[in-house]
Design a protein around this ligand. Structure first.
Ligand code: HEM
Length: 143
């Protein structure tokens, strides 16, 4: 994939939304094949540990957490590598930003209590999208 976001992002219209991403056209279906999901693991990551898996080290897997659940996005690491548009989500729980459709680092926090109902729906959409696409390797612990 290696997609970079266009410079004028986020867009004025509904941005990149999970629902639109889950309805591929026929021609897109081939591109969207991904490795089979592994059985979920329950490793407890601290936020600090999780930060190591932000795609900076090519030897390490890449993780993204949503609502405290850690997903292994390694097979799609180009999307989350340094320099790519979604690197901001890597190695952390980015729940709030995903709910807000924000790519700002300051919005990438695990605490999403400020989200309204609509934004919580968006967040849940991303959670479902990741559940279908990426294996669960653990959860984020308090310290
Ligand atoms: C102009 C604005 C944007 C465009 C054109 C765009 C486009 C795309 C495209 C083409 C994909 C790839 C889907 C795929 O191949 O599976 C994608 C994935 C994604 N987008 Fe966006 N997007 C935009 C803005 C945003 C914003 C503001 C967010 C903030 C939440 C966001 C979050 C994501 C996420 C989390 C993925 C999933 C990456 C993955 O496959 O793991 N996007 N976007």
């Amino acid at each position: 994939m290696g997609m970079r976001l266009p410079s004028k992002c986020p867009p004025p219209e509904p941005p990149c939304e999970p629902s639109s991403l889950t309805i591929p056209t026929e021609s897109e279906k081939k591109k969207r094949e991904f490795p089979p999901l592994r059985p979920p693991e329950d490793y407890p990551f601290t936020a600090k540990e999780l930060a190591k898996f932000d795609g900076s080290d090519p030897e390490l897997p890449v993780y993204v957490a949503i609502k405290g659940v850690v997903f292994d996005v390694t097979w799609n690491r180009t999307a989350y590598a340094p320099g790519s548009g979604y690197h901001v989500f890597a190695g952390k729980d980015a729940s709030k930003a995903l709910g807000m459709s924000s790519l700002k680092a300051e919005d990438c926090t695990a605490d999403y209590s400020s989200l309204n109902d609509k934004q919580r729906e968006t967040l849940d959409g991303w959670y479902k999208f990741f559940m279908k696409r990426y294996s669960i390797v653990g959860r984020v612990t308090q310290n």
